[in-house]
Write a protein that binds this ligand. Sequence first.
Ligand SMILES: [Ca+2]
Length: 421
Amino acid sequence: MRRRPRPNHSRAQPPFSARAPRAHVERGVSDRRRDDAATPLMMPPGGRCGRIQRAKCLLEIRVHKNASRAPEGYYTYTPDRPVDGLSTDNLAHLVTMGEASRGEAKDPMTVIKVIIDTDPGQDDAIAILVALAERERLELLGITTVAGNAPVEVTTANALRILELAGRTEIRVFPGASRPLLRPLVASQFASRPDDLEGAGLPPPSTPPAGRHAVNFLIETLRSAEDYSITICAVAPLTNLALVFAQAPELAAKIERIVMMGGARDLGNITPAAEFNFHVDPHAARIILAIGAPIVMFGLHATHQAMSTPERVARIAALNTQAARSVAGMIGRPRPGGRARFGADGRPLHDLCTVAYLLWPELFRSRSCYVTVETTSEETMGRSTIDWWGSTERKANAEVIEHIDAEGLFDRMTRSLARLR
Ligand SMILES: [Ca+2]
């Protein structure tokens, strides 16, 4: 599809009311183009739809007959930033300005181009496997690794082992940053493990990593991409991405969205205040939250809903494929203290949520919030500050996931894994 020129709102009167009510994201609106193309968003006279992500010009809006000044029909619009409360009057204004155009309903099913930035990690591994299983919908351009769960040499080897498990060694793994931007790599319960794919039963990799650094791969890939065309699943400390956007901030325009696992609305896991990924590289997290690209954030308050209970693990194990045996072997191991911490036996599959969000957005509910990260206090280092109630009145910079349909998530994830060998 040919891309529309980016509308220039700086010269025009902003078409959206600054007083538009702060609204929760209508579930799936930004992904309607992929998942619900046959049912365009209906906008009644005087109606208003929810928040719309900056996205490719694939959002379809059907306006009812007699709806304000905009004639009945389908429209496409390419917002250059997330907007709240698109109304029929706004739409009429956009049509007048030539920024929205009337067209026919069409099937805009597209393949999502994805890079996974990761530090495998068992839940990273499962996220990668599901992405590989859904190759018709996700085009995995490459995997970039970073120090986090383990040193980068180990996370790189683990990424290669996962690709070999799935028989997808044509996908390259690009080793990235070996330490956070400003702080030493945190020695944690995670980093102290020699092999964080314990239970997977995987041999050392036989394929080598790519000879290019992750940051160079990311910059070159983004630079040659169309605007708003690349999605990044960021499931590790954000060091690589911070280095990319520090070097080339203009590349934020190439990002369709960054779906990240990081932060917490409630308690931390690596410290009382902070979640592991944000704590390991808080400065990188702070940089990424400010680059201006659409961000979807999975904090611990959300990912703790994605629990691999014994029943769910048993359903995966019953697939009895190579991949399923590895997954069940990793997440079926007893987790001491799991029930006390999470309210259920098992472990949360944090990173899986990011890939699942791209595939099945209807399973998630979110809220638009301003989010930043603490970088000065040692006691709360890496704490995510989420303006849940809008008390600062600062412009939202992230869709913060609030609720996950966990049963739906595990059903679909199990079906995906069944497609692997
Ligand atoms: Ca991870």
